[in-house]
Design a binder for this molecule. Structure first.
Ligand SMILES: [Zn+2]
Length: 194
């Protein structure tokens, strides 16, 4: 037995379940500027958000039971946008920390006559629980979703603490900007959370 242990190399956003020890392990990764560039423009009006670089992701992942992972991660990225009121070019510094519980999706054989219920159904009712199957875990979409949910729907100078909004006419921009319909379910979820 060694008296000293070398800290394990951090995992990426994709790893195998057996790479996560019970005491936890650090992970690090990023959402590339290119992938953000595909996700963000549809979020707000025709202009959308503009990534200023990759989103950095880092945190720790723990094994809480044989089939459960607890992920504690932080997402940091700067996203540019135009104020919905005065169109000033602003940059929102996103810095969020989120916890997630991941439960392994069981492929259970349902006996004849037995009520068809799997752990999957239970997990889906609990919004904070994500599922994975097999041995491979990919946190990319989890943090991508965290980031998208963290972005204001109508970003303005207020969101970056700027007090020089040039909203001289005092008229607010239309409350419902054109949003890419593909985001509708996500935005609906966001409305419920706020
Ligand atoms: Zn403004």
């Amino acid at each position: 037995m060694r008296s000293e242990t070398t800290p394990a190399r951090p995992l990426g956003l994709t790893f195998r379940l057996d790479e996560v020890p019970a005491e936890g392990r650090r992970f690090e990764g990023a959402l590339t500027e290119q992938s953000l560039g595909a996700d963000l423009p549809g979020m707000v009006g025709d202009l959308g958000y503009r990534p200023t670089g990759p989103a950095r992701i880092a945190g720790n992942v723990y094994r809480s039971a044989k089939t459960e992972l607890v992920v504690d991660g932080r997402v940091t990225v700067g996203v540019g946008f135009d104020c919905v009121r005065c169109l000033a070019d602003r940059v929102l510094a996103v810095d969020i920390r989120e916890d997630h519980v991941l439960v392994r999706r069981k492929a259970r054989v349902v006996e004849e006559g037995e009520e068809s219920q799997t752990i999957d159904d239970e997990a889906l009712e609990e919004p904070d629980v994500e599922t994975f199957s097999g041995e491979e875990i990919d946190l990319t979409d989890l943090f991508r979703q965290d980031l998208l949910l963290a972005l204001p729907m109508n970003p303005s100078c207020d969101d970056v603490g700027a007090d020089d909004c040039r909203d001289l006419v005092g008229e607010r921009a239309p409350d419902e900007p054109q949003i890419d319909p593909r985001w509708a379910p996500l935005l609906e979820m966001k409305k419920k959370m706020t």
